[in-house]
Design a protein around this ligand. Structure first.
Ligand code: ATP
Length: 248
């Protein structure tokens, strides 16, 4: 069977410190070329879900995970995060995580660390990143730690692109950014998706913007998916309007 989903998460549970059940059986699917939003309040388990997928929880002490995760038709729940990056799935962590003491350009280069192809190909992809994020080109020699929050978010996404991913897990791209900048970043995400077919799973507290860009969404509450549907269906849902959009 050829899977139409690039990513399938089936019934994952995450337990912190051996006792705190944070994800209580989460299942979700990202179609090839989709932009899927993972929504929910602070603490609902969005970041934990992304980290479970990218296997960043493996390194945390006392964390137990169950369930299975399929990426491009293969079981990946026991792979290292690096191996997953090599296979094309990469996470952009919440809080942007650029290397503050490196320049923007050096940060982008670090994103190519899993690649075995030559400098010329890496150079080409860097130009591609600069095409999508002209601000990064302007700031290419600046120390990342001294650039704005928006530029650091762009740098984090650009660095992820340097691994040539087919799927990006994007954690809270809107965090701490002015509305106009959030819009700019979501526009670029959409453009990247349309041009290159890269799929996105994005965790967002900003339901309004996420549902305008996402093809599909899941709403998490206390570690469970309580509602899912197309972006449009969720925008029209009475509970979503009342509790998440404030327009009910
Ligand atoms: P946020 O937007 O704040 O990141 P979230 O929906 O992404 O919210 P998570 O960060 O996944 O939520 O956290 C889910 C729950 O797990 C919270 O109650 C949080 O306190 C708890 N938690 C997160 N990380 C750990 C950890 N390392 N050890 C113990 N509990 C944790």
């Amino acid at each position: 069977v050829i899977s139409e989903n690039i990513l399938s998460v089936n019934n994952i549970e995450v337990i912190y410190d051996h006792v705190i059940l944070v994800l209580k059986g989460v299942s979700l699917h990202v179609p090839k070329g989709g932009i899927v939003a993972l929504l929910g309040a602070n603490g609902a388990g969005k970041s934990t879900t992304l980290k479970a997928i990218s296997n960043l929880l493996q390194a945390e002490r006392g964390v137990v995970t169950k369930g299975n995760i399929e990426f491009m038709g293969n079981q990946v729940q026991s792979l290292s995060p690096n191996e997953l990056v090599k296979r094309g799935c990469i996470q952009v962590m919440e809080g942007r995580h650029c290397f503050g003491h490196l320049s923007i350009e050096e940060n982008l280069l670090t994103g190519a660390f899993t690649r075995k192809d030559g400098a010329a190909a890496i150079r080409r992809d860097m130009e591609m990143v600069y095409n999508y994020f002209p601000r990064l080109k302007v700031r290419r020699s600046s120390q990342a730690g001294y650039t704005s929050g928006g530029e650091q978010q762009m740098c984090a996404i650009g660095r992820a692109l340097m691994s040539r991913p087919s799927m990006i897990l994007l954690d809270e791209p809107s965090m701490g950014l002015a509305p106009q900048l959030v819009e700019e970043i979501f526009d670029i995400v959409k453009q990247l998706n349309e041009d290159t077919g890269v799929s996105f799973l994005l965790a967002e507290q900003n339901t309004n913007i996420a549902l305008r860009y996402a093809t599909y969404g899941y709403i998490l509450e206390s570690g469970r998916v309580v509602l899912d549907g197309s972006g449009e269906a969720l925008r029209e849902n009475a509970d979503v309007k009342e509790f998440y959009l404030g327009t009910g």
